[in-house]
Ligand binder design. Structure first.
Ligand code: F6P
Length: 532
């Protein structure tokens, strides 16, 4: 929503989409759509940099898509995108730009280029010095951060394991619960450990508490020369200095925490995969940025995914989306996307603070395939709710077991097929079922074994999981979240909803010492007395 753009629920396109939903959307059947239109796959699949997307197993067609594009235009999405890329303060409640795209732009092509590249060069040079283990003596790196200062680096390091040095182990500590840091410290020696304290604000309770524990451990274990073993990544360089850390890499308030893995917050990624690969990660993201900025709306993948999300959330009423990466390296991707999407778009007022009459962020969740198949896919296939599934398939494996790779990919395709095709009661009845109880009525059994089908899915395909393709994939998700947020007219770059719990925690903390429960609600008072 640009200043001049109307809110989505007050546009002609929104009304047209409601009519369209009543006439075509509600009863849309994927099986019939494929039977009707042999060109459906070609019309509804898209190639973006590094990522191919099959959008054809979704409950839409070109007429839906065109109405959604009208909606994007009426809501001023392209203008808001351009404002973001120019560095305008589109995060209005915090008065900040959202310029994560500048972090991966070649020198001289985006705002703040000089400062971005100065820090990037210094951070990458430092990473290379750490990677030279004979000179650095570093064998373990412990990254301490939470939320955006943890999820991106952790997800990327895991994803890019095939590119990582085998000489250094990377550990991630985020939770204030000491069961996170304790087992990590148990395995370490101070002389060969580097701690990275990563926090945009350098005030986050969890990170500061864990950093304090790490520093105390270092001293207790006889660690010497702490300056060589602790570095900080933050926008609050003064606080890092006050904590006693000399080596710091900065970033800026125009980088949102959940958009920060491209900044010095990516230091553990750079230590794992090295400078050349880190630059490839940035280049992949930049290629997707250019696609988002320049591709016509009909061929613009992040935009189309964001609009499909709006179609499902606001017209079909689907409140959840499941992510199923068929690559174990992407095991932390669902957690990363939860923050990206739900912290960005989990809002219920528009930019003017007016309550919304429509839903925003869906619940985003998932697990790598094939594990999810043996856990919750039952519900996706036969449960009462329709949950669009997003498959991520990677054609080329980086392991030496081709038979496993074929099985993983066949499973991925089979799940999309099963969700869409389903199985009629008549089909189920015609099958012999040796595992069924002997006396069970054939009709009853067939109804238990019926699959409604017509359940939508999107399949994203990467040729291989590389720094470049991962960069493009993550940027794709960032811009998709931007698109739905821009249609909804919300501030996708603030996160006021995390404040209340932090404040109440600080108020409760001293009560754990005193036991004072005065003024607390009865439930919290009783729980506090039980837990302290
Ligand atoms: O509590 C939410 C949050 O502010 C996130 O937005 C952020 O990514 C995370 O905490 C960590 O914040 P910081 O990097 O300042 O420690």
């Amino acid at each position: 929503m640009s200043a001049a753009a109307p809110r989505c629920d007050r546009t002609a396109a929104w009304r047209a989409l409601h009519d369209h939903y009543r006439q075509h959307g509600r009863a849309f059947d994927l099986r019939e759509a494929f039977a009707r239109d042999t060109g459906r796959f070609a019309a509804l699949s898209l190639q973006a940099p590094e990522v191919f997307a099959d959008l054809s197993k979704n409950r839409w067609d070109l007429s839906t898509r065109n109405l959604l594009i009208d909606l994007a235009r009426e809501c001023g999405v392209p203008a808001r995108r351009d404002a973001m890329l120019r560095g305008e303060p589109i995060n209005t409640t915090e008065g900040r730009a959202a310029l994560h795209t500048a972090l991966r732009a070649p020198r001289g092509t985006a705002p703040h280029g000089d400062e971005v590249h100065a820090v990037l060069d210094a951070m990458l040079a430092f990473a290379e010095r750490v990677r030279d283990v004979r000179a650095s003596g570093i064998r373990d790196v412990v990254h301490i951060g939470i939320g955006g200062s943890d999820l991106g680096p952790q997800m990327a390091v895991r994803s890019l394991d095939a590119f990582a040095t085998r000489e250094i182990d990377l550990h991630f500590v985020s939770n204030v619960d000491g069961h996170d840091i304790a087992p990590v410290l148990r395995r370490l020696r101070p002389e060969s450990t580097l701690f990275i304290v990563a926090s945009k604000t350098f005030t986050t309770q969890e990170t500061m508490a864990n950093a304090g524990v790490a520093r105390a451990w270092f001293t207790q274990q006889g660690g010497r020369d702490a300056a060589r073993h602790f570095v900080a990544v933050t926008t609050n360089l003064a606080a890092a200095a006050q904590f006693g850390i000399d080596t710091t890499f900065g970033f800026w308030d125009w980088v949102g925490g959940r958009y920060s893995m491209w900044s010095a917050i990516g230091l553990p990624i750079a230590i794992a995969i090295g400078e050349t690969n880190f630059r490839a990660l940035l280049a992949g993201a930049h290629a997707m940025d250019r696609h988002f900025a320049d591709a016509p709306l009909q061929a613009n993948l992040p935009l189309q995914l964001g609009l499909l999300d709006v179609w499902y959330r606001n017209f079909h009423g689907f409140a959840s989306r499941s992510i199923a990466p068929y690559h174990q390296g992407l095991e932390r991707l669902p957690a990363y996307l939860q923050q990206l999407e739900m912290e960005s778009n989990g809002k219920s007022v528009d930019l003017d603070g007016e309550p919304l009459s429509y839903g925003t962020s869906p619940v985003v969740w998932g697990e790598p395939g094939t594990n999810g198949q043996h856990a919750y896919f039952q519900m996706l296939h036969q449960g009462t709710d329709v949950i669009p599934v997003e498959f991520i398939a990677v054609r080329e494996a980086s392991h030496p077991y081709p038979a496993l790779q074929r099985k993983a990919l066949a499973n991925c395709l089979a799940q999309g097929q099963a969700l869409m095709l389903g199985k009629t009661t008549a089909q189920a009845r015609a099958e012999s079922v040796p595992t069924a109880a002997p006396g069970v009525d054939a009709g009853v059994l067939a109804r238990h074994r019926t699959f409604p089908g017509n359940r939508p899915s999107t399949t994203l395909v990467l040729e291989a999981l590389t720094p470049r393709s991962l960069g493009a994939l993550i940027a794709l998700y960032e811009h998709r979240v931007f698109t739905s947020g821009a249609v909804w007219g919300i501030d996708s770059f603030d996160q006021w909803g995390v404040e209340l719990g932090k404040t109440l925690c600080n108020q409760l903390l001293p009560r754990f010492d005193t036991g004072d429960t005065t003024g607390l609600d009865a439930s919290t008072a009783a729980l506090l007395s039980r837990l302290r």
